[in-house]
Design a protein around this ligand. Structure first.
Ligand code: GTP
Ligand code: MG
Length: 181
């Protein structure tokens, strides 16, 4: 048997406003590192993570993108062939939650998937650690309602800083991306 036959490459694209913690989530997930210093992502770059799911070797190819508009110059070709889109917002930042609909629309427009209604998205609400949750402005309930309105998008809350729920969130991403393959 060809051992390569059981290998799957999944392309995942991470989108969301600048500063919500997209790069931090990926660095925590893949390198188990967190940096307090903010360094804006320019353009796009990917990291990979090897997983074993249902007897399959799965390579998650996770694309980090720039939230800052001036650094965004990714053409439609970049989005094509994506198996999952991860939307990230900051639970302490209302604007980053309200902008989710734009990221969602923009992704579908650029990636142009065969079945946009059922394309797998995952939502992550990040920075749950900040001030012990006292500065939080978007409730879990409100986030889940938004997910329902977009066709039952799975929702995860994380702290990239404290490494809370990060593995679980990306495992969820891998499962949903795999199911769409
Ligand atoms: P762009 O590259 O500009 O799109 O931003 P980004 O979404 O990649 O944000 P980034 O990961 O660079 O994080 C922005 C800032 O928030 C950095 O100073 C991080 O240290 C901080 N940060 C990220 N995640 C968390 C978190 O879970 N908790 C706390 N307290 N800070 C975080
Ligand atoms: Mg970044």
């Amino acid at each position: 048997m060809d051992p390569l036959k059981n290998r799957t490459l999944l392309k995942v694209i991470v989108l969301g406003d600048s500063g919500v913690g997209k790069t931090s989530l990926m660095n925590q997930y893949v390198y188990k590192k967190f940096n307090k210093q903010y360094k804006a992502t320019i353009g796009a770059d990917f990291v990979t993570k090897e997983l074993h799911i249902e007897e399959k070797s799965v390579t998650l190819q996770i694309w980090d993108t720039a939230g800052q508009e001036r650094f965004q110059s990714l053409g439609a070709a970049f989005y094509r062939g994506a198996d999952c889109c991860v939307l990230v917002y900051d639970v302490n930042n209302l604007k980053s939650f309200e902008t989710l609909k734009n990221w969602h629309t923009e992704f579908l427009k650029q990636a142009n998937p065969m079945e946009p209604e059922t394309f797998p998205f995952v939502l992550i609400g990040n920075k749950t650690d900040v001030d012990g949750g006292n500065t939080r402005v978007v409730s879990n309930k409100r986030a889940i309602e938004w997910c329902s309105s977009k066709g039952n998008i799975p929702y995860h809350e994380t702290s990239a800083k404290e490494d809370t729920n990060v593995d679980e969130a990306f495992l969820g991403v891998a499962h949903i991306a795999l199911s769409n393959e």
